[in-house]
Write a protein that binds this ligand. Structure first.
Ligand SMILES: [Zn+2]
Ligand SMILES: [Zn+2]
Length: 308
């Protein structure tokens, strides 16, 4: 009985001391520096940042921040989300390709998945790491040793800058960033980017993208996270869609999707990587069902092959 009272008191103290370190201590899920700090919204539904972003590389191993049980591992809106419960606290990890399943017991430092891309942050790809108690968002850095936390910001800026500079050079030089965009539909890359003898007009014309063979009605997916810039129709492109992926490495990147049967998204809508945005069709100047996919950098078309 006496032990029970002590525990209750300790929990009450934890609950009423803001900014306290939790009884739980942990390790960082990836070594990368913090490039975006915890910035909880002032009201529950407001905007803010409900966790911290740790800079990483896609494919990098993600470890459990503390021992616990996996209580969620699924893809939510195109993004892999993993949740580990540690008693009253839960840690969340995204976007992650989980290598554990619900019910698995994990120890601090155990590999639980691979970092996926999809959470853009200064310098590239980040792991969004969260800490929750009930519905309340807490700062996950409070789980770490304070010295470790204080050492992060200076190195964070340097690493983020180096990555951003590398991307800038790769895009400016026309080299591209392989893997930045994922295939927007199933099928082989057909007619490539560049000058080609046009199948309808029978003359040499510039082909502003790549054609991806596909069946009529198959899914078209967003090639990367972004915001729908426009959805429209014109005689040449048929039903066309433009997704704005924002500024990456100092350049504005957009993807363009032509000839669809139609789109299921509207202008202004945020889309996740891999989210279904429409169906392959043969509208406009097209000789059969296929997706014409273009990539533009600061408004000029570039070879999508450098980005797939
Ligand atoms: Zn984040
Ligand atoms: Zn085409």
């Amino acid at each position: 009985m006496r032990r029970f009272i002590c525990l209750t008191l300790a929990l009450a103290l934890l609950a009423t001391t803001p900014g306290t370190a939790w009884a739980l201590t942990g390790v960082a899920p990836i070594p990368g520096p913090v490039v975006r700090a915890f910035d909880p919204p002032s009201v529950k539904w407001g905007s803010g940042h409900r966790g911290v972003d740790l800079l990483g590389a896609p494919g990098e191993s993600v470890v459990a921040a503390a021992g616990g049980t996996v209580t969620y591992a699924a893809v939510l809106a195109g993004r892999g989300v993993l949740v580990i419960s540690h008693g009253e606290l839960r840690t969340t990890y995204e976007p992650v390709k989980a290598t554990v399943k619900v019910g698995d017991k994990v120890a601090a430092g155990d590999v639980v998945g691979k970092l996926d891309d999809g959470h853009a942050c200064p310098g590239g790809t980040c792991l969004h790491w969260g800490l929750k108690r009930g519905d309340e968002y807490l700062d996950p850095l409070s789980l770490l040793d304070h010295l470790q936390v204080r050492l992060l910001p200076a190195s964070a800026k340097a690493v983020a800058k180096k990555l951003a500079d590398g991307r800038k050079t790769a895009i400016s030089s026309g080299e591209g960033i392989p893997g930045l965009f994922t295939m927007p539909t199933d099928g082989a890359l057909g007619s490539p980017f560049g000058m080609r003898f046009h199948p309808i007009f029978h003359e040499w014309r510039m082909h502003s993208g790549v054609d991806i063979g596909g069946s009529c009605g198959q899914d078209i997916r967003a090639a990367a996270p972004g915001k729908v810039e426009s959805v429209g129709y014109d005689d040449s492109g048929g039903h066309r869609l433009v997704i704005d992926h924002g500024v990456i490495g100092g350049h504005r990147l957009r993807t363009h999707y032509l000839h669809a049967q139609g789109y299921s998204v509207t202008a202004g809508q945020a889309v996740a990587r891999g989210q279904v945005v429409g169906k392959v069709g043969s509208t406009g100047w097209s000789t059969g069902c296929h997706l014409h996919f273009s990539v533009s950098v600061d408004g000029a078309y570039v070879d999508p092959a450098g980005y797939l």
